[in-house]
Design a protein around this ligand. Structure first.
Ligand code: CA
Length: 221
């Protein structure tokens, strides 16, 4: 990989910049169980990045043999959000600050590409990672029509960073996120911060896999 050509690094958020996936896994498993559906923790990680209704419909098909109604989706997602909000606030991912600092030292832009729609996002990002992300360099749930694995979020990230696919790198932790980045034509670094085997991330199209953000920071020199 020739880093001299790289002008921007596009960062996913949950599971990359914040250690928030254990909270999401807990909340999904509890919420769907309460509604007569079933989902394992591992399945939460496999579905990471999908929209709430996309995830719920897949579970409904499996158990009920039909899609969930809009009402059911809203109810289950509200319960999921309720459980999620009882969780302790997710901490910044270990090693992520070092990665961001190194990327800045190398003269590359930092762009956020997340499917999350939390309104307090920018505040939390600025608190954990001061001076790295500006609002015009963020793609959130409010900016896109399609969620990952559709390439749209990453194509929008390229646009916001004013770079071509060949001038960017993506840092992702989830299979569907990796698929989205590869579909956008971008070199993709996977950091395996969850319980899935590396092979799942490689099969999704990752160009290289690191075991943690610390390991990635070390590799950046
Ligand atoms: Ca993620």
């Amino acid at each position: 990989m020739n880093f001299e050509l790289i002008k921007a690094v596009l960062f996913d958020m949950d599971g990359v910049l914040f250690d928030s996936m254990p909270n999401h896994a807990y909340a999904w498993v509890k919420a769907v169980e309460e509604c007569g559906l079933h989902m394992t923790r591992e399945e939460v990680y496999m579905n990471e990045g999908r929209t709430g209704s996309g995830t719920i419909n897949a579970l409904a098909q499996r158990t009920w043999g039909r899609d969930a109604t809009e009402e059911e989706c809203e109810k289950i997602y509200a319960i999921k959000s309720r459980y999620f909000n009882t969780c302790p606030e997710a901490l910044p991912m270990e090693g992520a600050a070092e990665v961001l600092d190194k990327v800045r030292e190398m003269g590359m832009k930092r762009v956020l590409v997340t499917g999350s729609g939390q309104v307090s996002l920018l505040d939390r990002l600025n608190q954990a990672y001061p001076d790295h992300f500006t609002k015009d360099c963020m793609v959130t749930a409010f900016d896109v029509r399609y969620g990952k694995p559709h390439p749209e979020p990453y194509l929008m990230g390229l646009k916001k960073g004013f770079v071509k696919a060949s001038e960017a790198i993506v840092v992702e932790n989830a299979p569907l996120g990796i698929q989205a980045a590869k579909a956008a034509g971008i070199y993709t670094i996977a950091v395996n911060t969850g319980p899935l085997p590396d092979q799942v991330l490689i099969d999704a199209g990752a160009d290289i896999v690191f075991s943690s953000m610390q390991a990635l920071a070390k590799a950046l020199g």
